[in-house]
Design a protein around this ligand. Structure first.
Ligand SMILES: [Zn+2]
Length: 105
């Protein structure tokens, strides 16, 4: 895994989320395997350890997009998993292809 696990926190708007890399991540009912999960109440993003680092980056961004939409008050958009996933893949791709975008101005 790349530097995701070492980052430990990500700030989304005014809220700082703790990043936890865990093994065997499941939904709350313990029925479905998850690759990532965001808890707005506890300010935690959990990522499954058992995946490669580029997939992990997309999943982290997926959870960040959830956090952005939730924070914007657009909780109806937050429920649109296809939109969240499309934005996550898009953002990771654009940042990778244009590293200057991630530099401080
Ligand atoms: Zn999602």
């Amino acid at each position: 895994m790349d530097n995701i696990g070492q980052a430990r926190t990500v700030k989304i708007g005014p809220v700082t989320y703790e990043i936890k890399v865990v093994r065997g991540l499941m939904d709350d009912a313990k029925n479905t395997k998850l690759w990532g999960q965001i808890s707005y109440e506890n300010c935690i993003i959990e990522l499954e350890e058992d995946q490669n680092s580029s997939a992990n980056r997309v999943i982290l961004w997926h959870e960040i997009v959830h956090g952005l939409l939730q924070g914007s008050g657009h909780s109806k958009l937050d429920d649109k998993e296809d939109l969240v996933t499309a934005l996550a893949y898009g953002i990771v791709g654009v940042l990778k292809d244009n590293p200057w975008l991630a530099e401080k101005a």
